[in-house]
Design a protein around this ligand. Structure first.
Ligand SMILES: [Zn+2]
Length: 295
């Protein structure tokens, strides 16, 4: 009896002292509440003119390890289609102890991208244009994620002068992209380590693949699919997102080009969303041909 009491006490002790942040409360998705939406509006990240309506956005709670090895809890806003995929990505990063400095929605920086980068903030959603363009960024769809900007710079190149500019400034220390260097400590928090985790979960376009600018911190869904997911109802969009990810995982290739090739057989030019809006049946025929081929 005494032995049993000791065993029970030990079990209770471990249950109380060990609370794994990898539980349902730490990783969760919820709709944007009215109060939260006001905070976003006041923080310059969402307005009634935003391309994504508030009911298509989700607030994620994400557990992560910081650079000091401490467990932290962050928040991220994403489009509904990728809520599960993004939680899977960050659970995997947590499992691998991949350090992330902090994860805060952009209203903490009044929507100021430079301020968020300087604070080494990891984030996703903000209704804004591509820097230096009038086109909406994929961040405005809640389908682009920037991780550890200090470890993963945004590099712009002046083609006339050959001068490269690093944003944030502190990211110059990570201009050299080698993880391990002779005589130097191995570095952590660099995007190269986690490209596959993002890619396997639908975020297979990485800014580190670009020529100019090079955006090492940036993982995204293609803008043509971002537009399509918004045109579809949430259920159809979610299913399509899953199929697109599955196609990438089977073929290790993006589906975008192949799908456009199929769609173009009508002889008409257009974007994915143009084809979808014009003829949903034709779109489904082409999409299913690639994602559910007959054996
Ligand atoms: Zn970005």
């Amino acid at each position: 009896m005494k032995k049993l009491t000791i065993i029970y006490s030990l079990i209770i002790y471990f249950l109380l002292s060990y609370t794994c942040p990898c539980n349902a409360q730490t990783f969760k998705s919820e709709p944007i509440s009215k109060d939260f939406l006001i905070t976003m509006k006041e923080g310059n990240t969402w307005s009634e003119n935003a391309i994504v309506p508030a009911n298509r956005l989700r607030l994620l709670t994400i557990g992560h390890i910081d650079f000091q090895g401490n467990q932290q809890i962050g928040q991220m806003i994403v489009l509904d289609v990728c809520e599960e995929a993004v939680l899977t990505i960050f659970k995997e990063l947590y499992k691998r102890k991949f350090p992330i400095h902090q994860i805060k929605p952009m209203h903490h920086y009044q929507g100021d991208d430079h301020a968020a980068l300087a604070a080494n903030n990891t984030s996703c959603y903000i209704d804004r244009n591509i820097i230096g363009s009038t086109k909406k960024s994929v961040h405005a769809y809640g389908l682009a994620i920037d991780i550890n900007p200090v470890q993963n710079p945004f590099v712009t190149m002046d083609e006339k002068t050959g001068i490269a500019t690093y944003d944030p400034t502190a990211s110059i220390a990570y201009a050299n992209r080698m993880l391990a260097r002779l005589g130097k400590a191995t570095r952590a928090g660099m995007a190269e380590e986690v490209i596959n985790i993002f890619a396997e979960n639908g975020f297979y376009w990485w800014g580190g693949y670009w020529d100019t600018p090079i955006d090492y911190q940036h993982f995204q869904v293609s803008s043509m699919f971002a537009q399509l997911y918004l045109a579809m109802n949430p259920q159809e969009a979610k299913q399509t997102f899953k199929e697109v990810s599955r196609y990438y995982n089977i073929h290790q290739q993006p589906i975008e080009e192949k799908l456009l090739e199929e769609l173009k057989q009508t002889g008409e030019e257009g974007s994915l969303v143009d084809y979808y809006k014009k003829d949903k049946k034709w779109f489904a025929t082409c999409f299913n041909k690639l994602t559910r081929p007959k054996k």
